[in-house]
Write a protein that binds this ligand. Structure first.
Ligand SMILES: Cc1cc2nc3c(=O)[nH]c(=O)nc-3n(C[C@H](O)[C@H](O)[C@H](O)COP(=O)(O)OP(=O)(O)OC[C@H]3O[C@@H](n4cnc5c(N)ncnc54)[C@H](O)[C@@H]3O)c2cc1C
Length: 410
């Protein structure tokens, strides 16, 4: 293979995985990661869970020791924000004023948490994306007694669970009628609402913050849309992210909505790939364009791109997968469903041991499992088979679902 220079923009899930996978697949050229972050790549999912609760120390949160980057000849440049560049000249310009040339480019710039326009700019009003953000939330929770969570998506729900495990009072305010409904549908969202309530979270749905009360530059309370005033010590705004599209935009890559248009192998232009949260991927198995904000997806994108760079362009076929741990409840999800898909339940909903299959035109598009790991894996195989399945069999706990998975090649 001819030596060439791969430059990776973004030192997160997708970027770090691409760099190490390139070496694993025998790529021998230069590899440079340009990351705007202050810290070397870390395991982001820990930040709302084990690290936030002080259960794992900092060294465990980093994806690799510093020495591994030099051992693998990966040049890791932190605090280097890409602000411009040209595909024709194969160059990027950095905020520091420097320029970096590339032969092949990987962009995995993730997202930035949204803020509420009317929320005061105060040091106890926080968002969570980076390691430093997680340290700030942890510090604030060590001093404050009552946390206000604005938004009950995954980050809000996980931080709420962690804060309860740290014995903090939690007020969760969500504008939608049900928490997590956008990601998981209302019925599973209701299950989560009740789990949080059982653990002592004050969940207020269909509610927003109407007024912020400050004292000495800090938020001390809020008035909610239901008219009630609540005293709070710490506020976390967790209302989703805006994808970081400045680099793809400045390079002239094709954007659509909140993502970058890529092909089945995540290529956005000749020698330019996009991974992770920003990639709008035509998934070859699901036969649908999806943009997914999940850790394993970003890592698989990075690895798939590395395969294409090292061994020739190939589609990235792995099904989207994510998990979420809240209290002792473990959720796993494979595939990608939408609100219109038919939901078929199987298992014990009240006992929190169940799976939900989402079907369209008789084929499974996604499977969600609560404390039901084995069935989630079988569900993944059924999705990959693209075969038509009988809803009655799916719902019937006495049917062995492995038997519905067609033998390979049949
Ligand atoms: C607190 C938290 C908990 C999560 N928990 C889970 C979970 O349990 N399960 C799950 O599946 N997913 C989880 N996620 C989502 C998952 O972490 C993301 O989907 C994943 O990190 C996306 O990877 P990425 O490479 O696209 O972006 P990121 O990991 O965000 O990396 C983006 C990188 O790009 C850098 N960057 C941005 N702009 C520039 C620029 N112009 N120049 C240079 N560098 C730049 C950033 O500094 C960063 O290093 C969680 C996310 C958060 C925030």
């Amino acid at each position: 293979m001819t030596a060439e220079r791969v430059v990776i923009v973004g030192g997160g899930g997708g970027g770090d995985a691409a760099a190490f996978a390139l070496r694993k697949r025998g790529f021998d050229g230069e590899i440079t990661i340009l990351s705007a972050d202050l810290d070397r790549p870390y395991d982001r999912p820990y930040l709302s869970k084990e690290f936030l609760r002080g259960e794992v120390d900092l060294q465990k949160v980093f994806l690799h020791d510093e020495a591994e980057y030099s051992k693998e000849r990966i040049e890791l440049r932190l605090q280097e924000r890409v602000v411009g560049g040209s595909l024709r000249d194969r160059r990027l310009s950095l905020q520091s004023g420097r320029e970096v040339g590339f032969d092949t480019l990987v962009v995995s710039t993730g997202g930035t948490p949204r803020r509420l326009p009317d929320a005061p700019d105060s040091d106890n009003v926080l968002t969570l994306r980076s390691l430093r953000d997680s340290q700030a939330v942890r510090d604030a929770l060590s001093r404050g007694k009552r946390l206000l969570l604005v938004g009950a998506g995954f980050i809000g729900a996980e931080v709420g669970a962690s804060a309860r495990q740290l014995n903090r009072e939690v007020l969760m305010v969500e504008s939608a009628p049900v928490p997590l409904a956008r990601a998981l549908g209302s019925e599973v969202g209701e299950v989560y609402a009740s789990i949080h309530r059982q653990h002592g979270v004050d969940v207020r749905t269909g509610t927003t913050v109407k007024e912020w009360h400050t004292s000495g530059g800090r938020v001390v309370g809020v008035t909610l849309s239901d008219g009630r005033r609540e005293e709070v010590d710490v506020v976390l705004i967790a209302i989703g992210i805006d994808t970081n599209l400045a680099v793809p935009q400045v390079l002239g890559l094709e954007l659509e909505g909140t993502g970058v248009v890529v092909d089945e192998g995540l290529r956005a232009a000749d020698g330019v790939y996009c991974a992770g949260d920003i990639a709008l991927h035509p998934h070859p198995v699901l036969e649908q364009r999806i943009r997914v904000e999940h850790w394993e997806v970003a890592k698989h994108h990075g690895r798939g791109i590395a395969t294409s760079i090292a061994a020739g362009h190939a589609p990235v076929t792995r099904l989207p997968y994510f998990w979420s741990d809240q209290y002792d409840v473990s959720l796993e999800y494979r595939g990608n469903a939408s609100g219109e898909d038919r939901a078929v339940w199987r298992g014990d909903k009240a006992g929190l041991h169940f799976s939900v299959f989402y079907l369209r035109d008789g084929r499974i598009r996604a499977v969600l499992s609560m404390n039901d790991k084995e069935l989630n894996e079988i569900g993944g195989k059924l999705i990959e088979s693209r075969s038509h399945v009988d809803e009655k069999s799916l719902a019937d706990a006495s049917v062995d679902l492995l038997e519905l998975v067609p033998a390979k090649g049949s």
